[in-house]
Design a protein around this ligand. Structure first.
Ligand code: ADP
Length: 483
């Protein structure tokens, strides 16, 4: 706790930190907080996702709000409604031992009337997506003339999403003398423009910018036919029931189609994309957070910034067009110092793109095999048997019914009975045909996958890099012939 105290944080916040069980500040917190908890310099914080940026600006912001003043003092702009809601939730939680600080998230897709009503009460901190905020400013429900702190979170994404003009508009409504704190995973030329136009001699903290991708992530890929991608995904899910993750697709339609398919096959999966109503999106996020879903099938935009603990995997059913999205996608796993796997299920034509990602982000991909159906069966049978063993049965069946079944099965051996019951169970599983889905695996060495790693669970089998890796340095990947 001493290390947090040294950053200048006061008792009410230290108490929350202690309740959360955080042991020491993350690097960005360590470097950013002393710079912004006092003074009036603008600030730029560059750090990869999952490094604790919300607290890095949230704690100092709360320290600097004066609850006795009835106007908006802090504005946090976020690119998506999910991220906005998440930040609002965190800020409220961080402030729980402080004098009442009113925090409100406003975003598109939810009732503007409700938001206008909530804004009648003075809101000390507003968290907003740009479009809805402009709407509310124009309706005079949000007044920013006394704003003191403007925070741009995930600024790179805000620009990617085309919010450049919206940002210009919003900034016009804010006073000159406010402080701007900008947080981003990358420093693109567009961000430089924002910095130049709206910030004055900012202090800058850069963490691992040359290595944007979190080092706790193991990057893997597997090559299958395009039409086999969903089947490959289900095999990975089947062999490891502990997987919890986000599956990225390219379009809203692909996202919905894949979620429908998985649901039909009885996987605990739901889609998250922009065609859903806010209510539906909230429901899906809630189910996912409560661990009632194994996988969330999402578009890049919908899943941006989502912070759900303990995700073991990120799957890419299609690689992103924009390479920086790879960083953001894979950053959904391996959060708060934990380990995770980012697995790209690609077709042979996507190898070049994977190669570009490898080169430009300087990460090494390890090839893994899609599990064979026999592995899937073997694991599912084992799990099913364990379930049978653990099932209590005493006094739950009518003895007469049990007697009758015993009589009918009387002529079957134990072996026959097990086989028949198992067959009935297996027919329900939809495991698919016994086909090797691995498109690009050299058949000769199939018995001994010494050059290729098996897919593993990050908690059980994490190794930073496999035996054969395809990296910028080795240059072997792009030149390999396929077939
Ligand atoms: P970012 O905004 O950089 O993507 P978040 O602020 O969402 O990252 O933080 C990622 C996770 O790390 C959250 O679950 C958060 O509660 C946790 N976290 C933040 N600070 C610390 C800390 N000092 N120690 C441990 N966990 C932390």
């Amino acid at each position: 706790m001493e290390s947090f105290k040294r950053l200048g944080l006061s008792k009410p916040i230290l108490k929350v930190i202690s309740e959360l069980g955080f042991e020491k500040p993350s690097q960005i917190q360590e470097l950013a907080i002393p710079q912004i908890i006092q003074g009036n310099r603008d600030f730029i914080g560059l750090a990869q996702t999952g490094t604790g940026k919300t607290a890095a600006f949230g704690w100092p912001l709360l320290e600097r709000i004066d609850p006795s003043l009835n106007h908006t003092q802090g504005l946090i702009l976020a690119p998506t409604r999910e991220l906005g809601q998440q930040i609002a939730g965190q800020i409220e939680m961080f402030s729980k031992f402080m004098d009442q600080i009113n925090v409100l998230a406003v975003y598109g897709g939810a009732s503007i009337v409700d938001q206008i009503r909530a804004l009648r009460k003075p809101q000390h901190i507003i968290i907003a997506t740009p479009g809805r905020l402009i709407d509310l400013i124009k309706r005079k429900s949000v007044k920013l003339e006394k704003l003191r702190f403007l925070i741009l979170d995930e600024a790179d994404e805000m620009l990617n999403m085309g919010f450049k003009e919206d940002l210009d508009t919003i900034l016009q409504y804010t006073p000159e003398e406010k402080q701007v704190w900008l947080f981003s995973a990358t420093m693109s030329p567009e961000i430089r423009r924002i910095v130049k136009t709206y910030m004055e001699h900012p202090a800058e903290v850069k963490l691992n910018v040359e290595k944007e991708v979190n080092a706790n992530i193991l990057h893997q890929f597997t090559v299958v036919k395009q039409s086999d991608k969903s089947e490959a995904l289900t095999r990975f899910l089947d062999v490891d029931p502990d997987i919890r993750g986000v599956v990225f697709c390219r379009t809203r339609q692909d996202t919905q189609d894949l979620a429908d398919l998985l649901l039909k096959k009885n996987y605990r999966a739901e889609a998250l994309h922009g065609d859903l109503s806010q209510k539906q999106r909230d429901r899906v996020m809630d189910l996912f957070k409560r661990k009632e879903l194994q996988v969330l099938i999402a578009t890049d935009i919908a899943a941006r910034g989502i912070d759900v603990n303990d995700l073991t995997h990120v799957f890419h059913v299609a690689l992103p067009d924009d390479l920086s999205y790879y960083t953001h996608r894979s950053g959904r796993t391996a959060r708060a110092g934990k380990k995770g796997i980012s697995l790209a299920i690609i077709n042979v034509h996507e190898k070049e793109k994977l190669n570009r990602i490898s080169r430009s982000l300087d990460i090494q991909f390890q090839q893994v095999l899609v599990p064979q159906t026999r592995e899937v069966y073997s694991l599912k049978v084992e799990n099913w048997c364990r379930g049978v063993l653990e099932k209590p049965f005493k006094n739950m069946l009518d003895p007469k019914v049990l007697e009758k079944a015993k009589m009918l099965f009387g002529n079957l051996s134990k072996e026959e009975l097990i086989a028949k019951i198992l067959m009935i169970e297996i027919e329900k599983w939809n495991v698919g045909a016994n086909v090797d889905l691995n498109f690009d695996f050299p058949k000769k060495s199939q018995g001994k996958p010494n050059n290729y790693e098996r897919h593993g669970h990050p908690k059980k089998n994490f190794r930073a890099g496999g035996k054969k890796e395809f990296s910028k340095k080795k240059k072997s990947f792009g030149k390999r012939r396929v077939g």
